[in-house]
Write a protein that binds this ligand. Structure first.
Ligand code: ADP
Ligand code: MG
Length: 348
């Protein structure tokens, strides 16, 4: 099942049950699930038809919040959903925004994993571009750790990190780089992790880039998730163009390292430091202080592995899962000489 061209129509059947005819308009190269060249965004449009949700069918309810992407609402579409409205930039070419959006959405439909938010469909008719996903219950790890100041014991921190790694490993196996892994994009409810917002980074850049053409906007709390290679590209000005930052599966692993750090001590690395200082330190391979971090040497070693300066030395999520299986869950019980009150403080 692949592409074949005839005079002015293209026959495609990669992921759909029937052979489909489509027009040759809006051609941009892209790949299908198996990596075959489909040849055009038009093919994506067709494959996306079954994911197209007419905007009129959505019932918007409570406003939840705003992110880089736009406003997020709770809503109804065959049950509770989250509706992510995409702010279209009036100064940018609509057709270009729309094709970038469709390419990203085409990726989302490939994702089926219990630790990933369920992609339900998208509104793809301008000016109403929106992504519809399952509504995450519970709270984000950001809220739990930084707002409610909850402390996770080692066993719980490992369970959460394992589920994040399962979801991320799956994404990478599907050829999707998250690009925005952070505790705000990880929900935790009833002992289950759900990762959101994978692969949408380019859409957000597209929304805002032209409005701030000379500068990439750096939202607070974002820098500490960026790997040295990305920080250096930022410094070099690569971000002025849209998709030039060197995101990779390895930069996702770096971001996971930061999530692991937050799980361990409830703070961000480099917390309260000015952006210039963080950029300088990360760019020079300087790691944040480990002074506050709980846990055994193995726990900190895993952090150092994820935060390796050289991206090729960082482990894959598959390797991280193997490392986590062996991590001691109760760090203080390892040393018999520890006084009893330390044992009870770290007890699961
Ligand atoms: P950010 O990730 O930076 O918080 P978003 O645009 O993703 O920005 O989210 C805006 C708000 O909507 C946040 O409060 C976030 O927790 C919430 N939100 C995003 N996705 C969902 C979802 N699938 N279910 C429930 N709430 C969500
Ligand atoms: Mg988000």
């Amino acid at each position: 099942t692949n592409t074949s061209n005839d005079s002015d129509k293209t026959i495609i059947d990669s992921t759909m049950s029937e052979v489909t005819l489509l027009d040759r308009e809006d051609s941009v190269d892209s790949q299908d699930d198996e990596g075959h060249m489909l040849g055009r965004v038009g093919s994506i449009s067709v494959a996306l038809k079954e994911w197209d949700i007419p905007f009129e069918e959505l019932i918007r309810e409570d406003y939840i919040g705003t992110g880089r992407f736009g406003k997020v609402y709770k809503g109804q579409w065959h049950g509770d959903v989250a509706i992510k409205m995409l702010n279209m930039d009036p100064n940018t070419d609509n057709a270009a925004q729309l094709s970038a959006f469709k390419v990203e959405v085409a990726n989302l439909r490939k994702t089926r994993h219990e630790n990933l938010v369920l992609f339900m469909g998208a509104c793809m008719k301008p000016p109403h571009l929106a992504i519809v996903t399952s509504l995450c219950r519970g709270s984000s790890l950001f809220t739990l750790l930084h707002v409610r100041k909850e402390k996770f014991n080692m066993s719980k921190a490992i369970i959460i990190a394992q589920q994040v790694s399962q979801g991320m490993g799956y994404l990478h196996a599907k050829g999707i780089v998250h690009k925005d892994l952070k505790t705000k994009n990880i929900f935790f409810d009833k002992d289950k992790v759900v990762i959101t917002d994978f692969g949408l980074f380019n859409v957000t850049k597209l929304c805002h880039a032209s409005r701030h053409a000379d500068r990439l906007q750096i939202p607070p709390g974002w820098l500490c998730y960026l790997s040295p290679e990305i920080i250096k590209a930022l410094q070099a000005g690569a971000a002025y163009a849209n998709n030039d930052l060197p995101f990779s599966t390895m930069s996702d692993v770096y971001a996971f390292g930061t999530v692991w750090y937050e799980l361990l001590n409830g703070h961000w690395p480099f917390e309260d430091q000015p952006a210039e200082s963080i950029i300088w330190q990360v760019g020079h391979g300087i790691k944040p202080s480990f002074g506050l971090i709980r846990g055994s040497k193995d726990v900190k070693d895993m952090l150092l592995l994820c935060w390796n300066y050289k991206c090729e030395d960082r482990p894959s999520f598959g390797n991280l899962l193997k490392i986590m299986e062996r991590l001691p869950r109760k760090p203080f019980t390892r040393s018999p000489s520890h006084p009893i009150h330390l044992l009870s403080r770290s007890a699961d």
